[in-house]
Design a protein around this ligand. Structure first.
Ligand SMILES: [Cu+2]
Length: 396
């Protein structure tokens, strides 16, 4: 039976809604207990069980609980009428992941030749790709717009995101595409290339060509999502100019390994406003795929090691949100010194480290209360040594 993508998406949304309902505190479990025990007993039971409320053993299945959402309900896209238009271009450029040549954590030094490669980044432009947009690091902004990561694509639930994408990869001259996560789209707006159907629209945009993607923001689209190149697999020739002799020389999503990715941020009326929003992309490139690199390079936003990765800043009292995404071959642990926040997924509670795997995301929120010079890093040792360390500077 063919799978209706809209229906599959609806299920995912409703699961999240159920989770949110459960997370909303002990209210749901409390209601269930009241129904079974009568009011005074229920009050005692709730007092005893309050800290473990979501684990109450006699709670009905979430889909049967009062106020819960039917996990099989079909979600409707209700258009707000707002179209968020972005002009995005893939540009190729020489990129050094360690411009200061120094790992400030271990003291090791690198030459530019060891840490440089030809990257492909995504930049936001004025209409018709006339001029790159200025950087905007505000919570509503596109970000640094340096190419790695690509611009933050922002929208509200009900909005349509329209991305006019142009391939200006004049170095590799490969076809490219944009594939989004989290939003609604049909197959002509998916961007995922398959050898089975190589001519599907929008999956292999040739150099010099353009394609317009249309994505809709359903209630299930709220949150932080990645988008990235998902076009034809390719390989970079070895330094002597020869092709790899590996039986599968071509690398899937090599465009994303070289920098073609960014974050989609979808908000609704429940999304709290913040004073600072940090966009952090975790990604890696290996000498096996990118032969000019001397070692596995583990990057935050295209940089490796402190002062090459972003230095984020905040003031005590500010509401801070990190939107974090990962792509590549590795699973990471985001750790921030001096801070804790409430996990809104997986383990429910206070955390200071959270696992993030390729194509998953984290939305970390807290009120800043700890002035000082801190670091954030991946807590996988080899990834720290590969560059995944950055600074976070909090002033009072
Ligand atoms: Cu890691």
């Amino acid at each position: 039976m063919p799978v209706d993508p809209a229906r599959a998406e609806n299920r995912e949304d409703d699961r999240r809604t159920v989770l949110r309902t459960l997370l909303g505190g002990g209210a749901l479990a409390g209601l269930a207990v009241s129904a079974q025990l009568g009011a005074p007993a229920a009050a005692r039971a709730q007092a005893l069980t309050a800290p473990q409320a979501p684990q109450t053993p006699h709670a009905p299945h979430p889909s049967q609980a009062p106020g819960a959402v039917d996990p099989f309900a079909v979600e409707k896209f209700r258009a707000s009428g707002t179209v968020r238009e972005y002009w995005v271009q893939a540009d190729s450029f020489e990129h050094n992941a360690v411009p200061n040549g120094y790992d400030g954590m271990t003291g090791m030094r690198f030459t530019a030749a060891q840490t440089s490669f030809w990257a492909i980044g995504l930049r936001a432009y004025t209409p018709n790709w006339a001029a790159p947009l200025d950087p905007d690091l505000s919570p509503q902004g596109v970000g640094p717009n340096t190419g790695i990561p690509g611009p933050v694509l922002r929208a509200e639930v009900g909005d349509t995101i329209r991305v006019h994408f142009r391939n200006n990869d004049t170095h590799y001259r490969w076809p490219h595409s944009l594939h989004p996560h989290g939003v609604g789209y049909d197959r002509d707006n998916d961007g995922g290339w398959l050898a089975d159907e190589p001519d599907r629209p929008g999956t292999a945009v040739a150099v010099g060509e353009s394609y317009t993607y249309t994505w809709v923001c359903r209630p299930s689209s709220v949150g932080t999502w990645p988008y990235h190149d998902h076009s034809v697999p390719q390989s970079i020739p070895l330094p002597d100019g020869s092709a790899s002799t590996h039986p599968r020389p071509d690398v899937m999503e090599i465009g994303a390994e070289l920098g073609m990715f960014g974050i989609i941020a979808v908000t609704d009326e429940q999304t709290p406003p913040v004073d600072r929003e940090f966009v952090l992309f975790c990604h890696d490139a290996s000498p096996a795929d990118v032969p000019s690199l001397a070692q596995n390079t583990n990057m935050f936003n295209g940089g490796a090691f402190v002062d090459n990765t972003p230095t984020f800043t905040a003031k005590a009292g500010e509401r801070v949100r990190w939107r974090i995404a990962a792509l590549g071959n590795e699973t990471h642990v985001f750790h921030l010194h001096g801070h804790r926040w409430r996990s809104n997924e997986g383990f429910q509670g206070w955390v200071d480290s959270q696992i993030i795997a390729p194509s998953t995301t984290l939305t970390v929120e807290y009120t800043e209360d700890n002035p000082g010079d801190w670091i954030y890093h991946c807590h996988v040792t080899h990834h720290m040594m590969g560059g995944m360390v950055g600074r976070y500077r909090v002033t009072s």
